[in-house]
Ligand binder design. Sequence first.
Ligand SMILES: Nc1ncnc2c1ncn2[C@@H]1O[C@H](COP(=O)(O)OP(=O)(O)OP(=O)(O)O)[C@@H](O)[C@H]1O
Length: 874
Amino acid sequence: MSGTVTPMMAQFLEIKADHPDALLFYRMGDFYELFFDDAVVAAGALDITLTKRGKHLGEDIAMCGVPHHAAEGYFLTLIRKGHRVAVCEQLESPAEAKKRGYKAVVKRGVTRVVTPGTLTEDSLLDARRHNFLAAYANVRGAGALAWVDISTGAFSVLMCDEAKLGPELARLSPKEVLISEASEGDFTTIIADAGAAVTVLGNAAFDSTNGEKRLNSLYSVKSLEGFGTFERAEVAAMAAVVEYLDITQKGKLPLLRPPMREKREAAMQIDASTRKSLELTHGMNGGRAGSLLSVIDKTQTAGGARLLERRLSSPSRDLSEINARQDAVAFCLEKGDVAALLEDKLREVPDLDRALSRLSLERGGPRDMTAIRSAISQARLIADALPMDMPEALAKAAQDLIGQEPLLELLDDALIAEPPLLSRDGGFIATGYDAELDEFRALRDEGRSVIAALQSRYAEQTEISGLKVKHNNVLGYFVEVTATHSAKMLAAPLSETFIHRQTTANQVRFTTVELSELETRILNAGGRCLEIEKRHYSRLSASIIDQAPNLFVLARALSEFDLNAALARLAREEGWTRPSMTSEREFLITGGRHPVVEAALKPSGTQFVANDCNLSEESIWLLTGPNMAGKSTYLRQNALVAVLAQIGAFVPAKSATIGVVSQIFSRVGASDDLSKGQSTFMVEMVETAAILNQADDRALVILDEIGRGTATYDGLSIAWATLEHLHDVNRCRALFATHYHEMTSLSDKLDTVANATVTVKEWDGDVIFLHEVKRGTADRSYGVQVARLAGLPAKVVARAKVVLEALEKGEREGKQKAVIDDLPLFNATPAPAPQKTAPSEVEARLKDILPDDLSPKEALDLIYELRGLVKTSE
Ligand SMILES: Nc1ncnc2c1ncn2[C@@H]1O[C@H](COP(=O)(O)OP(=O)(O)OP(=O)(O)O)[C@@H](O)[C@H]1O
């Protein structure tokens, strides 16, 4: 048999051939099975047992499987590990297949390809984050990036040249990026660096002419002009996204909203490394923890949380937009009762966007419909409770909250309060909605009580009290008695009513004409109920999808209210203030704080020390100060204040006046990028170069210890020249922290450079950090003292002090090298460990004395006594 291929295996191989790059989950009854190499890979990745099933061309076929009801979790694990999954379902029942012939194989086909960018299930998604699928297209040198969140339908596109691709991907953090075969080599690294999966599509998917046709038919328009004027590259990128959705969703396209054309000039520019170092939406470990987002997110709904993430990823630089957003937050803050009511109602709002998209992909259920119902009804309640005089942004959103009353009424009438998850088993349509359905339901349910009545009648008639009417899938309904009653049942007169069906070891089973008729009626009623409910489900689904564009707008309005109420709560709870925004180049912050560091200090009861910053007059501050004093914290807190101000939030400060910031650059801390073959110093220089080449006069630049990764004089020279360049060429606002005290003299030469320092106190040889930023320069670095606090062995600290003193003396006298040569050699023998000795006689005697009780005479006597003791021990 080794050379033959079973019909089922032939079917498997045919389907697999169409999906070579995905793990094929092949449905067999209640399981998904994987075969051959797929099985080996999946068993390893999922840590499940690898078995064998038959042979193919003489070789064992490797196999593993997972139960279908638990499959989602396995999909997620595989996707997280970088795999793609093709889900192959049975397209007919085994009974249907049998009709075609005894050996016919059940028809199967791939219904969906699960990839990182195309997830829709709540269980596979983080509700509070977007899950973007992006495509990058390049048409005759012009680049464009399109991205979609298929779980919400939001679709955007942006002209984006190659140099800007990295920063844009860092902003969006998509899960998957599509590129064409032709550009495969060029962008793979940039995409992988952004943490996204790279998916390569044939060049045809990026064809802009066919793409335009595809998009026109998707949106049922003659031309895309109604949505904006799109460049060829933009059309190509959008078309690739749509093509890919078509492939992975097997023709069931999600509800895509009309594409939004983003303009780069509208948003504050933040590059990838700045985003990372400021930890805006992701902490250092890549998750939400430790990020600014995690500290400021007080939203009640998943949609609100996603809107906040979106805003924080691209703060605005449009003054009127920023002011309008701040007006909305200020309103919620002033009208505390309105905000409280909003929050109260919003708490009940489910994830409308995602429910809607699941319904459109036919992956939804009755609970998605009730989610939509309760979102609409909460929106209505909110709209009714809102006052008339609201700021523009809220007034506009309030209008979008209403208008869905007919749909609400329909869903209210049609659906029960708490329906089941799946539509498959029915039971979600409300009683009284459809008279025919109610009738069949009564018959179905009544059938059960009729069966019970029949059972007691038969028990009486046969005088067999243990007689039961049961049901199984083979016989349907049947009468069952134990074998002891078999003779009685098989003889007249009972045999005239009870027709023998089956004898098992202990039981005998019968049917009756009456029972068969009843069975048919009951079964039909159940089937009819399901049929009717299914029809209603499709109708309701269509009514909802018909309203999808308006529902997306409604969802957006709810998110807007949520976000503003949340930002107001944040301002109230944390005592934040409204920044005053201008179109000039001011930057004046009093009592500024770092929200994340402050939150981290809170549990220990440590007070965060607030600090001022004024770049309005001298636009560059050169900050010196000891290690650990709080320089990096100070630098970042000022950048974060600017970011928060421009998303429309209030800021952690007593007061703030900020001229709108166009770009933020932050070069803080150092890390190797060994994957790119770059050393710490190299990474630092690449990032510094980017800043010096790009920062404009409205930028805010933060540079922390530039040049520390190389020899002292090289580092100092680079830092010096960098500062001069920022001052002369970039003319931006900047905070520059350094340990090179020599640089403080630059403030005398450059008119807009000021010196500032973070203060410390020295106490008994130790440093005490005051974390206060003042104008002026630091006198020393205190590096050695800080090292001591870190637990460096005492001997090393002592030695370091000696070397430091010698070096400082040498520098003063201009003969550094000679002094180093003169230093006594480091004594490498370890210091003897301090020994614990028993107290001496003198110490023991002293311990017993109470000095206050001694008269002068007794004290003198004691001295003689002690002296005597010392003598004896000598
Ligand atoms: N304003 C502040 N108020 C209270 N604590 C602060 C403040 N600023 C910083 N700290 C505390 O001091 C620690 C060190 O701060 P930071 O890393 O900013 O110092 P640094 O001067 O940049 O140090 P280094 O020069 O060694 O990099 C912080 O983790 C925080 O706990």
